[in-house]
Design a protein around this ligand. Structure first.
Ligand SMILES: [Zn+2]
Length: 271
């Protein structure tokens, strides 16, 4: 990627459709958006047209919430694989840069067991995408609840196995599930350093991450907040991004959508 792109999570608040959304992003000097397929991978022909005529804006996709690649039942695992594939297929159809999803729940299994299972499941997914000539980045996301598989270590371990798989780093999730840690410049640098060391510069030059204000309890993530009402240290995160010269997409998931995305970008540009 040529630079760091600042994306809103979904369409800006007053935009009524995607055509409008891209105009609004242009007005605000923002770089694109994440298409939220969180309730299923569906879009109308009109939406498709709007997205395809977006000029140079960057898009990413968020897959459905109903994914659990570690489901006990075989049919639920298959349905979960299909949801990841469908998100990737929508990505190819709409020219997305990257897709992300919450891969699994532990359901009583230990970390190593689920990680091994995730490697098996991603092998199936990558093989099918290769048959379809679909080379989009697919990215399990670092998750915010302790019941969910998806620590930094776990996501890196699966990403190491496949050239098409890279982490989606959700900094607010890591901060929430690690009980308020990972909120300083040094801690942000630690995360980025590990990506570079363990996955190579390709992970820093083709980044996809999420950020937001966040409220959390001992179980982890509770809900997203705007930066102003949260403790998330987005300024030091942006400083770390500068230091590591991160290129790719950072998606802001604050509830005020475009406002915090703009705050984030403006701060980064001021550095
Ligand atoms: Zn997510």
């Amino acid at each position: 990627m040529d630079k760091l792109h600042f994306l809103t999570a979904g369409i800006p608040s007053n935009a009524k459709d995607y055509s409008n959304a891209f105009l609004k992003l242009d007005e605000m000097n923002l770089d694109g958006l994440e298409v939220e397929f969180v309730h299923g991978v569906r879009y109308s022909e009109k939406t498709r047209e709007h997205i395809l005529s977006r000029n140079e804006k960057l898009i990413t996709h968020h897959g459905p919430y109903y994914i659990n690649l570690n489901a006990k039942e075989e049919d639920k695992q298959e349905a979960s694989i299909k949801r990841v594939l469908d998100t990737a297929r929508a990505g190819a159809d709409l020219g997305a840069y990257s897709i992300t999803y919450h891969a699994a729940f532990y359901l009583g299994d230990d970390s190593a067991t689920v990680t091994k299972k995730m490697i098996e499941q991603h092998k199936k997914i990558v093989e099918i995408l290769q048959q379809e000539n679909n080379n989009i980045w697919i990215r399990p996301e670092t998750t915010g609840k302790r019941s969910q598989w998806g620590t930094l270590d776990e996501i890196i371990e699966v990403s190491k196995e496949f050239s098409q798989v890279l982490p989606c780093i959700d900094f607010a999730h890591i901060h929430a599930r690690e009980d308020g840690k990972f909120n300083t410049y040094d801690e942000f640098c630690y995360i980025l350093e590990r990506l570079g060391n363990e996955l190579g510069n390709i992970a820093l030059n083709n980044f996809h991450g999420h950020v937001a204000g966040i409220e959390y309890t001992q179980k982890g993530e509770k809900r997203h907040l705007i930066f102003e009402e949260a403790d998330f240290n987005y300024k030091d995160l942006m400083k770390a991004f500068k230091k590591f010269d991160i290129k790719g997409a950072i998606v802001c998931e604050s509830p005020n959508i475009e406002i915090d995305t703009k705050i984030l970008k403006d701060y980064y540009m001021s550095l």
